[in-house]
Design a protein around this ligand. Structure first.
Ligand code: SF4
Length: 845
């Protein structure tokens, strides 16, 4: 290990993120630097110097494993080389820690390079500005003075954050002494609350499109007037938000907030913890602390928040500092962002902080982005352009790391696919008609014309759905052009792009939904017997139809070859015996929705337990990237082979075939036999046992069957039983209780030895959770759920992938679709891990 590098990275006082060192010819944080100096006007030559990967990396444990060092080396090199890296490292190999240490080491080295080079550029600029007759010490003095000013600014920021850390530590100690640790105060489940019934009907009118076009401000940021107005309101005197020049950050994304919380807790273990400015971003749904707004329901929270911002004086959200307080740039706002940046906080911590300080964490964390070194966020917030715009995120020259990226293509496809049901279309049509009747005298000419065209589209879509309604369990796949043809006459005159633009500009989906909501509330207010849960469900369902229509129409504006429309008629899940007709836009080509990210980002790292087939990513996401810029890294496992035993069990103790096909999932004998197998496993295996089941439905069926047969009670005597919850908010509680039960161990009064957790494949516990050591001494996988091979959607996707592979002359391209099917289940993808252990796989029948 290189002592030089280790010293540089492992001591806080000499940490590369400390600007003091930058100005003492070492390193520094760019935020203060650029705030003081602005971007250099002379191209710093040193910026073009390449950084070689260090011989060793700062790592929280004494010596990283060889594969961890290799991974860090590879990621560092890829970022420096502005490459796209596809990294495979099996679960349990310390992947997240290695990714953090390598990216943050690179970031620190890059800051050092940028700072030094920029100071040199400033020196050159001074030399050009000073006259030839001036003695050289003039420029030198000016340079020194600037350095001192910078030093003072840097010290002020560092000391401020240091003070916040000290205060936070003192506060925690006091709470601990009082036996009150910081409570988790995640906002509770959305529930209905009656809202003020006002006669402010203006709020239901469409936004004026002519006054509401996207503006491009001086900084080239495309922000809607709503966002600009909102920002002006939050801080009227502040300039539009500028992303600081060349302030490179790491955008660390994963699938869920709990995965990101784990990343942040890994970050706390590293030497970067005290000096790295980290910001966890989330949507309003996760960060809003205004209970009144939260009560208005999950789907309406964004609009309700924006409504509040645009309300008159004194009516804004009480969690935003007012104009007289200087908005988010004022003392209160600044104190909040300091608290965000001073210590590493996950989403739950931020909600607590927001409630304690009475500042909105959603806007507060956004305000902290410019000064952050690392920003964590779920990847659906980065994969959609609209979400990035809403958070004012620019990926230009930034490092994007996508963890748990094995499902990336599926996620992009599903985010940009949209379904509509026939009953939903009828509702949307009726809501729009009611709206038009109510506001007919107040709608401007263009609004009336556009809304009539929307009605025409709705009528056409209903006609298409009705054409298949009578057919039983059938489906039909078509191109967008065929759908439009089927919608009947007059539709060929409608410009779909114009309609999509109108939806966006006028916010008509929101307006119609809000008006419908008001009518529903009036109706519900009369019905005294309705429960708040029923009210929330009724409102929620009713206000989503116009939004679904908007998303569907937006999907249709993709290139014709990139997607298909699936029209299907299936038996209704309710017992009405009716057929449920749905229209679904299925995106086939993920590339277009990812290409602007590829074009903007300096480097992209896709990381996962296994990323096979890697070629899929190359072909479908990065066809325009030069092969020399694509770096692939794959490593084995850190577990010694003798520490792992893999068993394939095909027969139960009584000799029954353990075959978990869809048809056999109701076979109570089979389910009881499975219980007997698990009972034996629990007898043999200490501590935690995790069982993955094919679906929630199957889990419920097991519980009911075992309750009747007494197996559940029998299992409960051996181990404490836990089940994966369907509600996302309960996952952490279940995991905590599961872990406590295991750590409790058996005693004279507690005969149980550990815990049994029944989880669901592909749900919340099946990835990104570190079931280390005692938490999973055995993992049982019940069946391997595969998608239905007869599904039109899957067949079309397989065909598309095959066509792309053949067009790109891939070896065995004709088998690409089949390969997609074989790896289409996330847990099948883990099987290459098992092949590494082939000699240890035992087949028992
Ligand atoms: S400003 Fe923040 S706290 Fe207030 S409603 Fe909006 S998201 Fe919620």
């Amino acid at each position: 290990m290189s002592r030089k590098h280790e010293t540089r990275n492992t001591k806080h006082e000499t940490h590369p993120f400390c600007l003091a060192k930058a100005l003492a010819n070492d390193t520094g944080g760019p935020s203060d630097f650029y705030r003081m100096m602005g971007a250099p006007t002379v191209e710093p030559k040193e910026l073009q110097l390449a950084l070689p990967p260090p011989e060793s990396f700062s790592f929280p444990y004494a010596t990283p494993y060889g594969i961890q060092s290799d991974l860090m080396h590879h990621v560092y090199k890829a970022i420096e080389g502005k490459s796209v890296a596809i990294v495979q490292s099996p679960t349990g190999t310390g992947k997240s820690l290695s990714l953090l240490c390598s990216t943050l080491t690179w970031l620190a080295d890059d800051l050092r390079r940028t700072t030094t080079a920029s100071l040199e550029a400033y020196r050159e600029e001074l030399a050009l500005k000073t006259k030839s007759t001036d003695p050289p010490w003039v420029a030198e003095r000016m340079f020194e003075r600037k350095k001192m000013e910078l030093e003072a600014a840097r010290q002020e920021t560092d000391e401020r954050l240091q003070q916040v850390r000290r205060q936070e530590e003192e506060r925690k100690q006091t709470l601990r002494a009082q036996g009150r640790d910081r409570k988790r105060m995640r906002p509770t489940i959305f529930e209905h609350a009656d809202r003020d019934n006002t006669d402010e009907e203006d709020r239901f009118l469409p936004h004026d499109p002519s006054a509401n076009r996207l503006q491009t401000n001086a900084e080239g940021l495309n922000l809607s007037p709503d966002v600009l107005a909102l920002m002006a309101q939050i801080n009227p005197s502040a300039p539009p938000p500028a992303v600081l020049p060349t302030q490179t950050k790491i955008f660390f994304t994963s699938r869920t907030h709990s995965q990101l919380s784990q990343i942040l807790s890994e970050l706390r273990k590293t030497s970067f913890a005290e000096t790295t400015r980290a910001v966890a971003l989330g949507s309003r749904k996760t960060l809003c602390v205004n209970d009144e707004v939260r009560k208005s329901g999950e789907t309406g929270i964004d609009e309700r928040c924006l409504d509040l911002q645009s309300a008159g004086k004194g009516k804004g959200c009480k969690y935003l500092p007012g104009r007289d307080e200087g908005g988010m740039e004022g003392t209160k706002g600044r104190e909040f962002t300091d608290k965000v940046l001073a210590t590493i906080q996950d989403i739950e911590d931020l909600v607590v902080l927001g409630k304690e300080t009475h500042i909105c964490p959603y806007y507060g964390t956004r305000a902290a982005i410019p000064e952050a070194d690392i920003v964590t966020l779920p990847y659906n917030l980065i994969l959609q352009r609209s979400a990035r715009e809403a958070l004012s995120i620019s990926l230009k020259d930034q490092v994007l790391l996508i963890d748990e990226a094995h499902n990336l293509i599926d996620t992009i496809l599903s985010i940009h696919s949209q379904s509509l049901s026939l009953p939903g279309l009828i509702q949307a049509r009726d809501q729009l008609r009611t709206y038009l009747i109510k506001f007919k005298n107040r709608l401007k000419g263009r609004n009336a014309v556009m809304l009539k065209q929307v009605l025409l589209i709705l009528a056409g879509l209903i006609t298409v759905c009705e054409s298949i309604e009578q057919a039983k369990d059938s489906s039909k796949l078509m191109k967008v052009g065929e759908l439009v043809q089927g919608m009947g006459k007059g539709l060929d005159q409608v410009n779909l792009y114009e309609i999509v633009g109108y939806f966006k500009e006028s916010k008509i989906a929101v307006k119609v939904s809000s008006y419908t909501e008001k009518l529903i509330e009036e109706e519900l207010a009369k019905a005294t017997t309705t429960t708040s849960q029923t009210r929330a469900t009724t409102r929620h369902a009713a206000i989503s139809y116009m939004h679904q229509l908007e998303s569907f129409l937006l999907s249709l504006s993709n290139a014709d070859a990139d997607g298909r429309v699936l029209l299907s008629s299936t038996s209704s899940p309710s017992s009405s015996g009716k057929q449920l007709v749905t229209l679904k836009y299925v995106l086939l080509n993920p590339m277009d929705h990812f290409s602007d990210i590829v074009a903007d980002a300096r480097s992209i790292v896709l990381a996962g337990g296994t990323m096979e087939p890697v070629n899929d990513f190359k072909l479908q996401l990065f066809p325009q990237v030069e092969p020399s810029r694509l770096a692939n890294f794959s490593c084995g496992h850190v577990i010694p082979k003798e520490n792992l035993k893999t068993i394939i069990l095909t027969k139960s103790p009584k000799g029954k075939d353990l075959e978990f096909k869809f048809e056999t999932q109701n076979d109570t004998n089979l389910l009881d036999e499975l219980g007997a197998v698990l009972s034996n496993v629990c007898n043999l295996v200490p501590d935690g046992v995790v069982v993955f089941l094919p679906s929630y439905r199957f889990l419920e069926k097991l519980k009911t069957t075992w309750e009747k047969s007494g197996l559940l009670a029998k299992l409960g005597m051996k181990k404490s039983l836990f089940y994966e919850p369907q509600a996302g908010g309960s996952v952490e509680t279940v995991l905590e209780e599961y872990s406590t039960a295991i750590n409790l161990g058996s005693s004279a009064t507690n005969k149980k030895s550990g815990a049994l957790l029944l989880a669901v494949v592909g749900a919340k516990l099946s990835e990104g959770i570190n079931f280390s050591d005692k938490l999973a001494r055995a993992v049982v996988m019940v069946g391997l759920p595969f998608p239905n091979l007869t599904s039109c959607e899957l067949k079309e996707r397989m065909k598309y992938v095959t066509d792309v592979a053949i067009a790109n002359k891939q070896p065995q391209g004709d088998k690409a679709g089949r390969e997609l099917y074989m790896v289409s289940h996330p847990h099948f993808k883990e099987l290459p891990d098992l092949t590494y252990l082939t000699p240890n796989i035992t087949h028992i029948s």
